[in-house]
Design a protein around this ligand. Structure first.
Ligand SMILES: [Zn+2]
Length: 258
């Protein structure tokens, strides 16, 4: 297989994973099964046929409309599929096959679901973050990712740091700033990536959150109380760590020099 075909294949598989993540994003917060029933059109309730359920392609062929009722298909479905395909391919190019590609793919999938649920509903469901902590620790126990010590300290540092920040923020402002969901998410990130990732993730998430959140407030004008969810920034920043973190930290501390 030429590399071009292989890369296309990996991207297409990632888009299929993204299609499943769309189902999870919609159904997990509602405590619905992610296996059954089959997907249906939200406008006319017609079941979506297999040939109309091909990631990305069906949306383009149907021009974003339901075949049955011509109702608009939410543009975010193909967007999540393309995004997942892109992340899958990027992980493949960075890590090759099979490990740690698969473990980071699982991690990224969880982060994508968390990101969009948090954007929609301002919650980070425990049903993803708590098993996420356990799986991250298990991978370390099996010797697949980081050491057990790094993972355990990561969980404590991730959970602990944000817990303290949230506690102080609430004590000072008398308003709830960060939810418990963010604390569990950062503990999950610590479990998978180790304590080294926590400082990096918090720094980048706070920086990007302040820039984008501040920008959103300026546009919204009334927005002093416009709470922007922090989960997506944590997710994005921890993924940035997966790709560039160790090099950036090494470069910063001068370890990377020959
Ligand atoms: Zn329809």
């Amino acid at each position: 297989m030429s590399s071009w075909v292989l890369h296309f294949f990996v991207f297409a598989l990632g888009c299929c994973l993204g299609s499943f993540l769309n189902v999870c994003i919609y159904r997990l917060p509602l405590s619905l099964s992610i296996v059954a029933p089959r997907s249906f059109c939200p406008h006319c309730q017609a079941p979506i046929r297999a040939y109309d359920n091909i990631p990305l392609l069906s949306y383009l062929l149907l021009r974003g409309k339901c075949r049955n009722c011509q109702g608009k298909i939410f543009w975010r479905y193909p967007m999540v599929e393309a995004l997942t395909g892109g992340v899958t391919l990027a992980l493949f190019l960075k890590f090759g096959f099979p490990l740690p590609f698969f473990s980071f793919l699982m991690f990224s999938a969880a982060l994508l679901v968390i990101t969009f649920i948090d954007l929609d509903l301002r919650i980070i469901p425990d049903i993803i973050s708590l098993p996420g902590i356990a799986i991250g620790l298990l991978l370390a126990l099996l010797g697949i990712s980081i050491t057990i010590k790094e993972s355990l300290i990561g969980i404590l540092a991730g959970g602990g740091t944000l817990f303290v920040v949230a506690f102080v923020y609430e004590a000072v402002t008398k308003r709830e700033g960060m939810g418990g969901g963010d604390v569990k998410l950062l503990a999950m990130i610590g479990a998978w990536l180790g304590w080294q990732a926590i400082l990096f993730t918090l720094f980048l998430a706070s920086l990007s959150g302040t820039l984008i959140g501040g920008g959103a407030m300026l546009i919204q004008k009334e927005g002093r109380h416009y709470a922007i969810p922090f989960g997506p920034f944590l997710a994005f920043s921890s993924l940035a760590y997966v790709f560039f973190g160790p090099q950036l930290i090494g470069w910063y501390l001068g370890w990377g020099r020959p």
